[in-house]
Design a protein around this ligand. Structure first.
Ligand code: PBG
Length: 332
């Protein structure tokens, strides 16, 4: 039997390097920095004041003005970027407001780009679910099935509108087959050859999107998203989705949600040589906030631990509703 006692010279003891905060800091294998974080934000048409989202304490639907203020704060906190979601005043079957030049998200992009220039990376989430009256991520057939190829034409138009409005990065999240190729071709055709595509490549049909549907008002009115988003039991399929998106021209890929899919983050990060992001989604946020509100977990500690775990798994960038707060915590 090997003795781990102090009388055994030369035996590496785990506790030696843990004995002071400075030693732990020196030997930490994973570090968090504000620049790793992207803040998802919601901007809603036709409101005068920010609207609180009850299932996401601390997160709001912004007015154009409150979004500008939040964006300046985000820049001051030194985070990497914003991911924009728009909630239009009117929805229709094809999500017309997603690519309307005066649609809320495009107006917001234009303002933020003119306010901030290139100080923050402005990412535009590209999907139709916030813009369609049926709440699905694409156009639907009369039988109620999400119709892949006609949806690609819509995504192409939305990508160009978002690039035109000032988005630095286009981030398609609808999980249609061929979406990256369609968007890349449209961007190139409109001379946005330098605008990168961040593909939500491995996006699972997740119960953890619940609070987001309140925030973005995009719950499906019938059915669910399991015919286009990935099935939680599958891992190899994530690698196939990632490979397909890269073959279609994606510049970076995302795994979503984050904490329940750390194994997927690791496998993707090991498999590719492009930047890998992970999206810590609304339900992940809500779980910690709810537990903390009950006094069941130490809130700040839990926040930083989840972010560390996601980075340790292999994500370079983390999309998180705590982006600005976490950046401030790290500065203390
Ligand atoms: C839209 C979209 C969703 C999220 C990001 N983009 C919702 C969904 O797919 O149902 C979820 C983000 C979150 O829960 O924080 N396609």
């Amino acid at each position: 039997m090997i003795s781990v006692g102090g009388a055994n010279p030369g035996f590496a003891r785990g506790r030696r390097l843990r004995s002071t905060p400075a030693l732990r800091r020196l030997t930490a294998q994973t570090r968090l920095a504000p620049a790793d974080f992207v803040l998802p934000v919601f901007v809603k048409q036709g409101i005068d004041e920010p609207v609180a989202i009850s299932s996401m304490p601390g997160v709001v639907q912004h007015t154009l003005d409150s979004l500008r203020k939040a964006a300046h704060e985000a820049a001051d906190a030194g985070i990497g970027g914003l991911m924009l979601f728009g909630i239009p005043g009117e929805k229709d079957a094809v999500g017309s407001q997603a690519d309307a030049a005066d649609g809320i998200v495009n107006v917001a992009l234009r303002q933020l780009r003119s306010d901030l220039g290139d100080e923050l990376v402005l990412m535009a989430d590209l999907c139709l679910c916030e813009y369609t009256d049926h709440g699905h991520c694409g156009v639907v057939t009369p039988a109620g099935v999400v119709d892949n190829d006609p949806t690609l034409d819509r995504y192409a138009a939305v990508a160009v509108a978002q690039a035109q409005a000032g988005a630095h990065v286009i981030a398609p999240s609808g999980m249609m087959d061929g979406q990256v190729a369609a968007i890349r071709a449209a961007l190139d055709g409109a001379a946005y050859t330098e605008t990168p595509v961040l593909a939500y490549a491995a996006k699972y049909a997740s119960g953890f999107y619940g609070p987001f549907r309140e925030a973005a008002e995009g719950a499906p009115q019938f059915g669910d998203r399991s015919t286009y988003q990935m099935d939680p039991p599958n891992a190899d399929e994530a690698l196939r989705e990632v490979a397909q998106d890269l073959a279609e021209g994606a510049d970076a890929v995302m795994v979503k949600p984050a904490l329940p899919y750390l194994d997927i983050i690791t496998r993707v990060a090991d498999a590719v040589h492009v930047p890998v992001s992970a999206y810590q989604v609304s339900g992940e946020y809500a779980m910690v906030e709810a537990a903390a509100a009950n006094g069941w977990v130490d809130r700040e500690r839990a926040i930083l631990e989840t972010l560390t775990a996601i980075r340790r798994a292999g994500a370079g960038t983390v999309l998180t509703y705590w982006a600005v707060e976490a950046a401030r915590l790290l500065r203390r």
